[in-house]
Design a protein around this ligand. Structure first.
Ligand code: ATP
Ligand code: MG
Length: 463
């Protein structure tokens, strides 16, 4: 009988948050999420917590993705057990984080994140470690005040990320109308948008990424303050910004995400050079192709290298600077090194790229001029380089975007596919360069004069 009722509604006024909450319980017949779609580790964790008398729900992206018919990337759990209580229930678990304390529960290769229901934010910074702390811009520095399930829902970012699924009853608990928003494909921030973006400016990037990835529309109030608040991203630690930007680039919807970043002016503190690059037709074509290519690879479960992505995003800035150095009389290779250093150090002032990626980015760039030498052993040395594949794909993108001749790309495609014997035949014969010709001429004339001298000496001794 109860299954026949598609959902139950409990109207509640939340006394501690500014949001009007109304608990709606959505039953299986309506939402159709089956507990078999939940990973065994997540099921084991919710069951373990519930058996010990706590409440436990799958929450966030996993519920949202399942409702949209997508495969969840990971499963997160929310519970009323404290991190210590959760930790004591699972042998293979550990407490992590400072700003936001969580428990990682591990089963085999899988790790499940378990968070305790968060309570409302307080700006009272007087009592250390008992309150949430904010900086002068309103950014939350610590978020470890525990609360009720309802309060936890209000602390999440978007209504569609605040759905709680209980695998044992197969019910979804929805306090903020997230289910309706999700079905209408509307991404709506919870609470006052300006306050929520000030608390955590990364939510602006999440808004862009999730709307691109899930093909959801940003609701008007959610989108409106983003342009004005974009400078707040400068206060976010660089490593967190890089992680979030990488998530956007690897979401399978990088092209629409980057376009949206730029439209909303969010790229200024991340990839400020994007403006200049996208204003040149060749630069725009190159980035569009690179991101489209990345999206296709992700959609076909092929690996994507972050270094390749950043090398592509910044390449046309390197080209411009390289030309400037060459025109000022620098030798090509030295000009390229100067251009690369200039672009990377400009970029480090904004979204700082970790060092481990910078080395690969530079290798991809510095190998580009080598693709133009098809003489002698040079192509053989290039193909044997450990970074050849990435540099080669990069060169093909340059051909496809119209920056360099397609014939060069075709030559390399044939060279890569050829047998060792055929490769030998494809190689261009070394042509004597101007310098070498001069050197040869000098060598010949030296030989001639030596010969003349020997003959003269011989003639002299004979006479
Ligand atoms: P995906 O995993 O596809 O990137 P997600 O929404 O699951 O998306 P996670 O980073 O895994 O993202 O976060 C899990 C959940 O935690 C979110 O769904 C949301 O409810 C909450 N959350 C994450 N980041 C924030 C944030 N900055 N502010 C408030 N809540 C957040
Ligand atoms: Mg997630």
């Amino acid at each position: 009988m109860i299954r026949k009722l598609l959902h139950k509604v409990f109207k509640q006024k939340n006394p501690t948050t500014n949001t009007n909450t109304q608990l709606r319980i959505i039953l299986f017949d309506e939402h159709r999420i089956n507990r078999n779609q939940i990973s065994s580790c997540a099921l084991k964790t919710t069951q373990g917590l519930q058996k010990a008398g706590f409440s436990a729900f799958i929450v966030g992206g996993a519920v949202r993705d399942l409702l949209l018919g997508l495969k969840p990337k990971d499963f997160d759990i929310a519970t009323n057990a404290t991190p210590e209580q959760t930790r004591s229930l699972f042998k293979r678990s550990r407490i992590i984080g400072r700003r936001f304390r969580l428990v990682h529960v591990m089963c085999g290769y899988e790790t499940i994140e378990v968070s305790t229901f968060r309570g409302p934010v307080s700006n009272d910074n007087d009592i250390p470690d008992t309150k949430n702390h904010t900086d002068q811009h309103g950014r939350l520095l610590r978020d470890n005040i525990f609360g009720s399930q309802e309060e936890d829902a209000a602390r999440r970012d978007f209504t569609s990320n605040a759905l709680f699924y209980d695998p044992s009853s197969e019910e979804i608990h929805d306090y903020l109308d997230g289910y309706t928003d999700l079905k209408a494909k509307t991404l709506r921030i919870i609470g006052d948008p300006v306050t929520r973006y000030r608390e955590d400016p990364v939510r602006m990037l999440r808004a862009i990424r999730l709307s691109a990835k899930l093909d959801m529309q940003l609701d008007h109030r959610t989108a409106e303050p983003i342009g004005d608040l974009a400078p707040l991203l400068q206060n976010v630690p660089s490593a967190r910004l890089f992680d979030e930007m990488l998530k956007l680039l690897l979401s399978g919807h990088a092209l629409s995400g980057v376009v949206d970043l730029r439209t909303r002016g969010l790229h200024h503190g991340l990839l400020p050079m994007l403006d200049v690059i996208l204003e040149q037709p060749l630069g725009e074509r190159f980035i569009t192709l690179a991101l489209k290519n990345t999206d296709e690879r992700i959609q076909h479960d092929k690996p994507v290298s972050p270094a390749f992505l950043f090398a592509s995003l910044l390449w046309h800035e390197v080209l411009t600077s390289w030309n400037t150095y060459k025109n000022s009389g620098e030798k090509p290779l030295s000009a390229l090194y100067q251009a690369m250093n200039e672009v990377l150090s400009k970029q480090q002032q904004n979204l700082s790229i970790p060092r481990r990626f910078c080395a690969t980015i530079m290798e991809i760039w510095v190998m580009q001029p080598r693709f133009e030498s098809l003489i002698g052993r040079k192509p053989f040395r290039l193909i044997a380089h450990p970074r050849f594949r990435a540099a080669y794909d990069f060169m093909l993108l340059r051909c496809e975007s119209g920056e360099i001749k397609t014939e060069l790309g075709t030559w390399w495609k044939n060279f890569v596919a050829a047998t060792p014997e055929k490769r030998e035949k494809m190689i261009h014969k070394p042509q004597a360069s101007g310098k070498r010709r001069k050197r040869n001429r000098r060598r010949t004339s030296r030989t001639n004069s030596t010969q003349r001298l020997t003959t003269a000496t011989k003639e002299k001794s004979e006479s």
